[in-house]
Write a protein that binds this ligand. Sequence first.
Ligand code: C2E
Ligand code: MG
Ligand code: MG
Ligand code: MG
Length: 270
Amino acid sequence: RAKAQGNDRCAVFDEAMREQALRSLDLEADLRRAIINRDFMPFYQPIVRLSDGELVGHEALLRWQHERRGLLLPSAFLDLGEESGLIEQVDWLLYEQVITQLARGGRGYLSVNVSPRHFRSADFSTRLFGLIEAAGADPHRLRLEITEVALLDDGPRTLRILQTLRERGVLVQLDDFGTGFSALSYLHRFPISTLKIDQSFIAGLHGQDMQSTHALVQGVLSLARTLGIETVGEGIETQAQHDTLLQLGCDYGQGYLLGRPAPMATTATA
Ligand code: C2E
Ligand code: MG
Ligand code: MG
Ligand code: MG
């Protein structure tokens, strides 16, 4: 009897897996078509100085204008994009739009997210500077956001890429800081301009473990200050979070309280 039950469960499991596989096949076909049709656009979210509310830049966030399903967030297709390797093509389509936007003027920087594997691919910086030059954009106003994963493995190679970017004026920020390996030695070894403290810590500032979260965030902020690295608090939703971060010495902030991601047309900068 137990065996029969086990088999039943297996059958249900298989069916669910089959459906899941078919659905992701569908989405992959959609993604390939969307790349040909260039169905992607950036939304821009403001980043402000916490001390005086001054706008310093925007993060460009990927949106897929799906032909049937409407506007899709990265969470709906990023895993698939990374597994299939298609995300690199999507990223380039987005960078092109962001760099064109930069060349149009406006103030402050625009930052773009880079998938770890993509960042280390052979022609990444060559292609990036090719786009910047073709558009006549100022590289000093473009920033890249990478995660700690991108710093793992092949240190010398990663270091070379980061140095090239730095020499040519493109600053690199460490995104979602605190969620990865957070080997603090990385901060010393690699030229990183900015730490973006992950939103889970910002949420934790007033949550259950608020005391230990305070201590942790304070430690990260003071280390960053010592190393001359600027800091951005991510996912600021409340005035209390804003005030605590400011008081702990965080330089900049990003979050719904300060501005939601929106097409450039509806934000102040452009
Ligand atoms: P991220 O780089 O850490 O971006 C911040 C995410 O937090 C964004 O989600 C943003 O909309 C969201 N956010 C901002 N303020 C708040 C807030 O106050 N509360 C909450 N709950 N969320 C807030 P989004 O746009 O869905 O992007 C998710 C992730 O997808 C990004 O995290 C980034 O890792 C990735 N991503 C976004 N654009 C690109 C891209 O062009 N290329 C690649 N490869 N990845 C991208
Ligand atoms: Mg980011
Ligand atoms: Mg982040
Ligand atoms: Mg994130």
